[in-house]
Design a protein around this ligand. Structure first.
Ligand code: TXA
Ligand code: MG
Length: 339
């Protein structure tokens, strides 16, 4: 299959129109959102959904997020929507925030991988919302990477993973957030954080004071265990390098990697000068948003540069740091060393 490249700087209108047409006709297109690039298909077309699973090599039991552009569309896709979900929508949409609600049965069951719930997000990126407006259909869109590899934050990453397997890619800008959306299961009397993102636990607590945190966010999935979010049980974001997540103060991290002297260091910018091995600084020590922006780009770079082993200085688990920690602990296959 030839993957068409659709440009925004030269002919935005035409690219949006073409994307909407391909999607309405059952095709699959990668396009930017503010979090990561998504691989979109009509959420109403089971053949198109099948193509998405195939192109990504995604396990059949891992459901997709449905992207919408209005509360009207939300009401079509979900049913029995609790009042607190509307409050969240008001506060966090459009944006990097996904709610898991009861499915109305409007989107095809393959989207929800057979569950009776549906994950819904209203993205902020104007390209995605213009495409939804033009196609007038909700779009199912997982991250546009091959299953298991780091999520794509640029059109180049999408092309590396999916060129020749999808109908088109919209050649947009680099994603501004850099990690996938926050996913929250919202029920009438309870709420659970399933995946941390740029909408932080602290922000969520203002509307959902009783929110709990799914244990899969920080702990390893054990075979056979029941999970609230199927995506969390899969090996993920994993570069081929053997990575270790190191928790501790800067001075201890620096002396640890210098002493080991057998792998690179994914460190904070402040530590770079003190480290003797090859460094991949992924952000300033207090700039968790900056770390989120860089992290997938750097994980991909490790593979490109054929890095075999590395030590990652763990971020703190507050604010957006929880999202970065979650992606890193999985990239490290839960090998955590506390100094
Ligand atoms: O930022 C994002 O969310 C990006 C962009 C493209 O919107 N999308 C994305 O999709 O990250 P994906 O498929 O890579 O991740 C979706 C996550 C998975 O962990 C999946 O298990 C979970 O959402 N999910 C989807 N539907 C669910 C459901 N009904 N119940 C529980 N978890 C669900
Ligand atoms: Mg993904």
């Amino acid at each position: 299959m030839i993957t068409e490249k659709l440009y925004l700087d030269t002919d935005r209108e035409e690219s949006v129109k073409k994307t909407a047409e391909i999607l309405k006709n059952g095709g699959i297109v990668a396009l930017p959102t503010e979090t990561v690039y998504g691989l979109a298909a009509s959420a109403l077309d089971k053949n198109a959904i099948k193509k998405v699973f195939e192109a990504k090599g995604r396990p059949q039991d891992n459901p997709l997020i449905v992207h919408i552009n209005s509360i009207e569309m939300l009401k079509k896709v979900a049913k029995d929507i609790p009042k607190r979900a509307f409050l969240c929508a008001e506060k966090f949409w459009p944006g990097p925030f996904t709610m898991v609600l009861k499915s109305s049965g409007y989107v095809c069951s393959a989207v929800s991988a057979g569950l009776d719930t549906v994950a819904v997000r209203m993205p902020k990126d104007p390209v995605m919302s213009d495409v939804i407006a033009r196609a007038e259909i909700p779009l199912a869109a997982p991250s546009a990477n091959v299953s298991g590899s780091p999520s794509p934050v640029s059109a180049e990453h999408v092309i590396n993973d999916l060129y020749g397997k999808i109908d088109a890619v919209v050649m947009g800008d680099r994603c501004s957030v850099g990690v996938e959306s926050t996913v929250v299961l919202i029920e009438k009397d309870s709420a659970k954080l399933l995946r941390p993102g740029a909408v932080t636990l602290e922000m969520l607590k203002e509307i959902l004071p009783d929110i709990t945190v799914d244990k899969a966010i920080l702990e390893e999935y054990k075979d056979g265990e029941k999970v609230a979010s199927p995506g969390m049980k899969y090996k993920h974001y994993s570069p081929s390098a053997e990575l270790y997540l190191i928790e501790g103060e800067s001075k201890d991290f620096v002396s640890y990697v210098n002493k080991m002297n057998d792998g690179c260091a994914l460190c904070f910018t402040e530590e770079e000068e003190l480290i003797k091995v090859k460094t991949y600084p992924y952000g300033s020590i207090n700039d968790q948003k900056g770390m989120a922006y860089e992290i997938f780009e750097i994980l991909r770079r490790l593979d490109k540069e054929k890095i075999r082993k590395g030590y990652v200085h763990a971020p703190s688990k507050d604010g957006v740091g929880l999202a970065v920690y979650n992606r890193l602990v999985r990239a490290c296959a839960h090998r955590v060393i506390k100094l």
